[in-house]
Design a protein around this ligand. Structure first.
Ligand SMILES: [Zn+2]
Length: 151
């Protein structure tokens, strides 16, 4: 999303939403409520992040942005077709929604916790809570429509 609209990042310490002016993206910021300093590098990230059993808590549950998690498997042809859609979405939603990829074969603990029964599958998290889930075989347009309220 290009534009002058401020970004909104949750403080990693207290969860308060802080507005970040576009010209401050990438710089360090300070929470207006608890004064904790935090990085805004995430606003410049335009590729999906790799989610693992080890980083799920900090990356997904404590994400400063709403988080879209793409669960996939190497043997799944549909996943291969959806992957470029996720890459394009991560680029278009940069600074508004963070996108992550989870290989369910390599990261069984998270896959089990989310009860992933089929791939591809998408989960949406906001403020540490699972807020939406959907089968992931969708095109970019449908994904944009589905995620519009977070953009
Ligand atoms: Zn804070």
């Amino acid at each position: 999303m290009v534009g002058s609209k401020p970004y909104t990042l949750r403080c990693p310490s207290c969860g308060t939403r802080n507005r970040i002016p576009p010209d401050k993206a990438g710089l360090s910021a300070r929470c207006g409520r608890c004064k904790t300093a935090f990085s805004t590098q995430i606003l410049r990230e335009s590729r999906p992040v790799i989610v693992t059993d080890g980083n799920y808590g900090t990356t997904v549950l404590r994400s400063p942005l709403p988080f879209l998690l793409f669960c996939w498997a190497p043997w799944c042809p549909t996943c291969g077709a959806v992957a470029p859609v996720m890459d394009a979405f991560a680029r278009d939603a940069r600074g508004r929604i963070r996108v992550g990829k989870l290989n369910v074969d390599q990261q069984p603990a998270v896959a089990d916790r989310l009860q992933v029964r089929s791939v591809p599958f998408l989960f949406v998290f906001d403020n540490g809570k699972l807020v939406d889930s959907m089968p992931g075989g969708m095109n970019q347009h449908d994904l944009m429509m589905k995620m519009a309220r977070y953009l």
